[in-house]
Ligand binder design. Structure first.
Ligand code: 4AD
Ligand code: MG
Length: 433
């Protein structure tokens, strides 16, 4: 048996191969059966004629239920119209396990409603579109790691269980921690800062948690975030890092995930425009632009989805909005030396309505100022003593950012809601399966 994966079939035209996978769909036309077989790397059409395979095998094809597992053997032949440019002339079929006939996500039916699909996420993953999204997600994660690894960053894992808030106390998940209280991490940033003082350029990458009570298409309670942190880097340098990074991820997907983006019917000409430099827009100018679109917006607030959308109508590539009002941002952000009302912060907004994918800033490196900010935010000082130590012993200006993986996947794949951009989404009142 010459076992081959579907994505490699192109190299085997003319040879006899075996594919192991699942029946995705089938069509019978008189004495010919067309089986669509998927194996996780792609889908291939297998054509069985009654004359070639015999009565018994043809009858098997005829009655086989969707999602039955099987091994098919046949000859690979070039076929212009097929995805991947090949099909298989079936010779032999071996059924490994017949699927129960009531597979809940039948291809032939009208698309089930989203609540139903979410309850069957464990099976929905097999559908072509979901498969394509998760393949792009895996590529994005690989591109993220390669970007930092190739530039001399050290990966430093941050803890999931933490004693204090990083991004505000309102979205913390509480955990019993023996006789104490702990929280699920909202961001690895504070630990990445400690690591940057040890290793210069670092990144942490893992799941983060926000007890968001919001039911939007952009919020999960558990999401993945990558957070680089760099010693001696200022806001300008940070913005350059952001645009290099985002451009690298997009280019990688265009290069290696063409087939998946095609399945998703993504307009890739829009992604091809994602190249540095990205426009930089001061918060004050952003407010002006939003108002000019007829959207009301009071100076001093953080942007919501409608404001991001209004601002982004003028742009066909990601935009870097910088110097947000300090009052609405986190306690650790460095004030703008030209106007302390503003923070040396920058968000990267994706075009086409996807909005914020990155939040970042230059950090306060002065001990006194940081102590003052912790007090102003009414945070307890004890859990931050270690963080203050970083300012006591050889403090330096430094900066970092966090990119949300699911929002990036949603944008690159053109997916409306981020619940489809993570294998098993966690949302308000939603934790099954
Ligand atoms: O802007 P945020 O809250 O920034 C931080 O957590 C910083 N500590 C990062 C840093 O500087 N190291 O979150 C960063 C990104 C957002 O831009 C967004 O992409 C994503 O994380 N994000 C979420 N994604 C899904 N669901 C949520 N509830 C999210 N909250 C933030
Ligand atoms: Mg943010």
């Amino acid at each position: 048996m010459n076992h081959v994966y579907v994505e490699e079939l192109g190299k085997h035209t003319g040879s006899e191969v075996t594919i192991r996978g699942w029946l995705y769909n089938k069509r019978i036309k008189g004495k010919i059966a067309f089986l669509l077989v998927r194996d996780g790397t792609g889908i291939v059409q297998c054509v069985a004629s009654k004359a070639d395979v015999g009565e018994a095998a043809f009858a098997t094809c005829d009655k086989l239920s969707q999602e039955s597992s099987l091994a098919v053997t046949g000859t690979v032949r070039a076929d212009e119209r097929s995805p991947g440019g090949v099909e298989i002339g079936l010779k032999k079929i071996e059924v490994i396990a017949e699927a129960a006939p009531d597979y809940p996500i039948q291809i032939q039916d009208v698309v089930p409603e989203i609540g139903f699909l979410m309850q069957h996420r464990h099976l929905w993953l097999r559908s072509r579109k979901q498969w394509a999204i998760l393949r792009v997600r895996a590529e994005i994660i690989r591109a993220i790691r390669d970007f930092f690894d190739q530039r001399g960053f050290t990966l430093v894992d941050s803890p999931i269980l933490t004693p204090a808030a990083c991004e505000g106390t309102t979205t913390l998940f509480n955990v019993d921690y023996f006789d104490d209280k702990a929280y699920l991490t909202q961001s690895g940033q504070l630990y990445a800062e400690a690591a940057a003082m040890a290793m210069g350029k670092v990144y942490c990458f893992g799941p983060t948690f926000r007890a968001e009570k919001s039911k939007t298409r952009k919020h999960l309670t558990e999401f993945w975030m990558v957070e680089p942190e760099v010693a001696f880097l200022d806001l300008n340098g940070l913005m350059e890092l952001m645009e290099q990074f985002v451009s690298h991820i997009v280019a990688r997907c265009l290069e290696r995930r063409k087939e998946e983006l095609k399945v998703l019917e993504r307009d890739t000409t829009k992604l091809e425009k994602v190249r540095p430099p990205f426009p930089r827009v001061h918060y004050n100018d952003a407010v002006e632009k939003i108002r000019k679109k007829g959207v009301e917006f009071p100076w001093g607030e953080d942007f919501g989805a409608p404001h991001e959308e209004a601002l982004m109508t003028d742009y066909d590539r990601p935009v870097l909005v910088h110097r947000f009002p300090a009052a609405v941002k986190a306690f650790y952000m460095q004030p703008d030396p030209e106007d302390a009302k503003h923070a040396m912060a920058c968000d990267c907004l994706a075009p086409e309505g996807y909005g914020e994918i990155i939040g970042g800033s230059q950090r306060i490196h002065d001990l006194k100022l940081l102590e003052q900010r912790i007090a102003e935010h009414q945070l307890p000082i004890e859990p931050f003593e270690w963080y203050l130590d970083l300012r006591r012993y050889g403090t330096v200006p430094h900066s970092g950012f966090g990119l949300g993986v699911e929002r990036t996947v949603a944008w690159i794949t053109g997916t409306e809601h981020i619940r489809e951009c993570v294998p098993f989404p966690r949302m308000l009142y939603k934790i099954y399966p």
